[in-house]
Design a protein around this ligand. Structure first.
Ligand code: NAD
Length: 585
């Protein structure tokens, strides 16, 4: 067992899962009601209230979990706006974890836009006001040399998944510094809600090296370091120390998901660590898998084979480059050479079409291999007229970039144009679902990053797909944790994309969907996890041995159960003062 600098054992005070299963929480009395993992609110039975020493501390009525869910939902609807609903739900998570996850799991399509994008974006922008109770770990640049000690302060030893951010590029909202902590917290909630990863195995981490957002630095209630971002060697040293400390504290199999790091750090950190640690970057690899899944499903509608498509990416950052690279793998698998595959993909950034020797420059890093032998073209409209794409994918956080003229042109060029407006939150989307359907006479195959409501067009109802990374990362995380997959290769993400696209049925396609409905995300994630595990065993990537005979059962067995534990131990373990004939229950 690990201990921190003060010699305190991390799990000394915590009740273990086994204790809870056996109905023997070490915490008793009022403390059990204050512990969100153990608390059941008014669902504590009379026996439990007596045994745990909390009789009289609750109103006499018993409200079972079903009634509590009803009560939560009534309150949820009562709030007038989504930010208040977010604060309400976070409060519930802090009070009663099982109830929180039951409500989220049962109402996932309603809750997802609250606990995740778009509302979480607003919450991060106002995090100083939203902040009630700390969750996760905050590691700052001043902690260099002491990161392991901080990890030891975390009261759970068997952490299996960390989501870490430095807050530099939160959604499409830019540098929010320590206010970005809402993202790892939200993502890990989805680990549990979508894929049933045990919450106690999850740890959100904020690496605070300052923020270059002056408005946030001057915010009187800012929760982070009020200094400009530290970069270069000290930054790298801190990240490196963090990675090593995670392995020392939680072991080599602990998954580290990088989230919302700035473009310049995201790619190089991924390259530095991907083969040495159990890690992935969701903005690059998770996005890639979900977008490629959407593209593969779209092709079932457009009937244009993958190898004959031409893609234009508006934006050449983490999302676009990640998608493009995975798409190359998929195109090669469909029968093209790598060179041919690259020729099918065109990129546009803030300086126009990415071409070799571009006079405006800026073709560096990951963009270089996508630069074409072509004349420079500045405007997206001109680029589309010249290149004649079958699909346009927006991930530059430039709202309205797919204007009516562009959408109409896509409709002229293609029977069924693929239009993905992936930028988040909703305010940053390249176009709305309605605009896409209207401008193309209802022929667009549309998906977005943030949710759009269904659209009625000429008597037909379309259900726009949401290319939500949550279709991928929770299932990947569950597979990684359950089967001890340490090396999360690109092939794992391609397999995830293929698996997800295969879950899109003809009925979904007929409704305009290129993803399964969000309310099915739980079963989607569990099936995805099972298929990833199967794939990982076939490639020798799964280190859990022997391979379970029934993978579906194996996955089901490890998932989190939102039912309350019973704290009433077997009768023979009851104290005598209760079981004796004089005892009055
Ligand atoms: P990023 O900062 O890494 O990249 C942004 C890119 O946009 C850069 O290449 C930049 O040059 C380019 N750009 C800026 N202005 C432009 C302009 N006027 N015209 C063309 N390109 C321009 O960010 P990212 O991680 O790639 O994310 C971009 C957006 O995609 C965000 O809004 C994010 O929320 C969204 N996203 C969506 C999903 C999803 O839908 N599942 C997943 C990840 C990211």
């Amino acid at each position: 067992m690990s201990g921190n600098a003060n010699g305190v054992k991390a799990s000394e005070s915590a009740t273990t899962n086994k204790d809870v299963q056996l109905g023997r929480p070490k915490v008793r009395g009022v403390d059990i009601m204050r512990d969100p993992i153990l608390n059941k609110g008014m669902a504590f039975t009379l026996e439990e209230r007596q045994l745990l020493g909390i009789h009289g501390l609750l109103p006499p009525a018993l409200l079972d979990q079903d009634k509590q869910v009803y009560q939560v939902m009534q309150n949820f609807y009562r709030w007038g706006n989504d930010l208040d609903r977010y604060i309400f739900m976070m409060g519930l998570q802090d009070r009663c974890e099982k109830l929180f996850y039951r409500v989220i799991t049962e109402n996932i399509d309603l809750m997802m836009p609250i606990i995740y994008t778009p509302t979480v974006g607003l919450a991060c922008q106002k995090y100083g006001m939203v902040f009630r109770k700390p969750r996760g770990l905050y590691i700052t640049i001043h902690d260099l040399g002491h990161v392991y000690d901080i990890l030891c302060n975390w009261p759970v030893d068997d952490v299996k998944a960390i989501v870490v951010t430095d807050g530099e590029r939160i959604l499409g909202l830019g540098d929010l510094g320590a206010y970005g902590m809402g993202i790892p917290i939200g993502k890990l909630s989805l680990y549990t809600a979508c894929a049933g990863v045990q919450p106690r195995h999850c740890l959100p981490v904020m690496i605070d090296v300052g923020t270059n957002n002056e408005a946030i630095r001057n915010d009187p209630v800012y929760i982070g370091l009020r200094q400009k971002r530290v970069t270069g060697e000290p930054y790298d040293k801190l990240i490196d120390e963090f990675m090593k400390a995670v392995v020392k504290r939680f072991g080599k199999n602990c998954l580290i998901q990088f989230e919302d790091f700035g473009n310049h750090n995201a790619f190089r950190l991924l390259e530095t660590y991907r083969h040495k640690y159990c890690t992935f970057n969701d903005d690059i690899q998770g996005t890639a898998a979900v977008a490629v899944a959407g593209i593969l499903a779209s092709l079932k509608i457009t009937k244009v084979p993958l190898k004959d498509n031409v893609f234009i990416f508006q934006g050449a950052g983490e999302a676009s480059i990640g998608i493009a690279k995975l798409l190359i793998k998929a195109i090669v698998k469909s029968g093209r050479t790598e060179e041919q595959a690259f020729n099918q993909i065109w990129m546009v950034d803030s300086r126009g079409l990415i071409v070799k020797n571009r006079p405006k420059g800026g073709v560096t890093g990951e963009k270089v291999e996508f630069a074409k032998d072509h004349q420079p073209v500045d405007s997206l409209e001109d680029i589309i007229s010249k290149i004649k794409p079958t699909a346009i994918i927006g991930a530059a956080a430039i709202p309205g970039a797919f204007n009516e003229k562009i959408l109409k042109e896509m409709g002229n060029l293609n029977k069924r144009p693929i239009i993905f407006a992936l930028s988040n939150p909703t305010s940053k989307a390249e176009c709305t679902a309605e605009q896409a359907y209207n401008a193309t006479d209802g022929r667009a195959v549309f998906a977005s990053g943030s949710p759009f409501k269904e659209v009625s067009y000429k008597g037909k109802t379309f259900h726009p797909g949401q290319g939500n990374n949550a279709y991928i990362f929770p299932g990947v995380a569950l597979a990684v944790i359950a089967a001890n997959i340490r090396d999360i290769t690109e092939d794992v993400f391609l397999a995830s994309a293929e698996s997800l696209s295969e879950m899109v049925t003809q009925e979904h396609l007929d409704q305009g969907r290129v993803y399964p409905p969000l309310q099915d995300i739980r079963s989607v994630s569990l099936r995805l996890a099972k298929e990833i595990i199967e794939f990982a065993y076939s490639k020798g990537l799964a280190l859990h041995h022997p391979k379970p005979k029934d993978l579906a059962c194996f996955v089901e067995e490890v998932v989190y159960n939102t039912d309350y534990n019973s704290y009433v131990p077997p009768l023979y373990e009851w104290p005598e003062y209760i079981t004796s004939s004089n005892a009055k229950l």
